[in-house]
Design a protein around this ligand. Structure first.
Ligand SMILES: Cc1ncc(COP(=O)(O)O)c(C=O)c1O
Length: 464
């Protein structure tokens, strides 16, 4: 071994040791790494990332649904560096600066209808948290102080801070922290694959209407929905769903919050998911792809109607975060959106999404593939025991399937995607928006043998 190789090995060993000893990874079973390496990703380029050993992976998850423009863009990094040299930081508490002003105006221009007022945050949970607080304070100013409750959907993920967690509909994430902020109510999501016998897709929206009536319309502030629900595996809305939800919200003076932390910025082939499905929210919450994750940034985009009472007299939205509108993040977001426009990213997604979907649909002949669903560059494959009966795996089987085999094997073969059982077990794919047929073929070349083997294992003696 040369001395350079030796030094590299020593550095890798040290990184592993330090990570094991000091790094508290998010939503991670730290014990899972007791007997094997923590994956350490050191570099990215386009649709690919590289680990500390130099092994290349296709990033089929855009890191965590966020590196929309792809990895390794020196121009976007440079925009941040230039801004840091000019004005590294100043606050948006009573002050403004050109990067956040320009970005707010640009977002308002792109957002649907009269969503013209942009409140920045550092990420998605903060955006959702801010939307919940805005809805509550808005109704207090409007003389309806009892309107505080929030209706969200089962299995949906809306963030991890305590307020956002009250919207999140995943029991295992809520339970350890109860009691949560009061007022979070949940209704069924748009899981058409597992719709009860005799039910119809129209019932999905009516469930929201019934819940508002059950709670008492005078107590409900807002409904929060993702255009395509991530957790549970990319549940798309049935035809007319959002139009009906909009009517229901108007009927009861309830705000419609479109949580587009994932579904904006080209993920569904449009600037916003609400463009794709043709509805007008009162608030959009967003983050992730706004900067393609070259810097942490989120935003709440509110309608003129909602902002109006806050423009009067001594009123103010008594809420904020130090780093909201951070100039470096805002400059990076601007460079990211420039790249989207110059490189025709939305058009690229629209031109290629059918090919992406066709590749995933072609896997339906593998017995473990139950359903393929999603939109744009955001899809899931639901895994089942039996395609005909749609029988799902129980918790122990799902543990064996996902953590005992799939996650590790997909990664070992160089594909980063998400094997998730927050609802029924799914594999999720959400590649950078620059991906095309070459990457789709690579994804298929890994998924086909791995899913085939997964099915065989779950039918065989290893299933236990
Ligand atoms: C729809 C949705 N809302 C909120 C969040 C929370 O965002 P963050 O992790 O940036 O706080 C997420 C994160 O994935 C999300 O997907």
């Amino acid at each position: 071994m040369s001395s350079t190789e030796e030094a590299l090995r020593a550095e890798q060993g040290t990184l592993q040791e330090m990570a094991r000893r000091h790094l508290w990874m998010n939503f991670t079973r730290l014990s899972a790494y007791a007997d094997h390496e923590i994956p350490v990703i050191v570099r990215g380029e386009g649709c690919y990332v590289y680990d500390e050993h130099g092994k290349r992976y296709l990033d089929g998850l855009s890191a965590l649904y966020c590196v929309n423009i792809g990895h390794g863009r020196a121009d976007i990094a440079q925009a941040g560096a230039d801004q840091a040299a000019e004005l590294g930081f100043f606050t948006n508490w009573s002050y403004a600066h050109p990067p956040s002003i320009r970005l707010a105006a640009r977002i308002a221009e792109l957002a649907p209808g009269d969503l013209n007022r942009v409140f920045f945050t550092s990420g998605g949970s903060e955006a959702v948290e801010s939307a919940i607080k805005l809805a509550r304070q808005y109704f207090k100013l409007a003389g309806k102080p009892n309107k505080t409750k929030l209706i969200a959907r089962e299995v949906a993920y809306h963030g991890s801070s305590l307020g956002a967690l009250s919207a999140t509909g995943i029991t295992s994430l809520r339970e350890p922290f109860e009691p949560l902020t009061p007022g979070g109510c949940h209704v069924p999501n748009t899981n058409a694959y597992r719709m009860a016998a005799g039910a119809s897709e129209a019932d999905f929206a009516e469930a929201i209407s019934r819940r508002i009536e059950f709670e008492g319309p005078d107590t409900v502030a807002a409904v929060i929905l993702e255009p395509v629900q991530n957790a549970g595996g990319c549940f798309t809305p049935p035809e007319g769903y959002f139009q009906r939800v909009r009517e229901i919200c108007d009927e009861h003076d309830v705000l419609l919050i479109s949580d587009e932390v994932i579904c904006a910025w080209g993920r569904l082939g449009e600037w916003f998911g609400s463009h794709r499905y043709g509805y007008q929210p009162d608030i959009i919450t967003t983050a992730k792809g706004l900067t393609s994750a070259y810097a942490p940034m989120g935003a709440l985009i509110a309608s003129d109607r909602l902002a109006e009472p806050f423009l009067q007299g001594a009123n103010s939205f008594t809420h904020g975060f130090t780093f909201a509108g951070h100039p470096v993040c805002a400059a990076i977001a601007m460079a990211n959106l420039d790249a989207f426009e110059h490189e025709g990213i939305l058009e690229h997604v629209r031109a290629n999404e059918d090919a992406f979907r066709a590749m995933l649909d072609s896997l339906r002949d593998i017995p473990i593939v139950g359903d393929v669903r999603g939109a744009g560059y955001f899809h899931a494959i639901e895994l089942v025991k039996d395609q005909d009966t749609k029988a799902s795996f129980d918790q122990a089987e799902s543990e064996t399937l996902l953590r005992g085999f799939l996650s590790g094997e997909l990664f070992r073969r160089g594909l980063i995607c998400r094997a998730d059982d927050r609802g029924d077990p799914v594999i999720q794919l959400c590649p950078p928006l620059i991906a095309g047929p070459e990457q789709f073929a690579e994804i298929e070349a890994v998924l086909r043998p791995v899913l085939t083997e997964a099915g065989e294992r779950m039918r065989g003696p290893l299933a236990a």
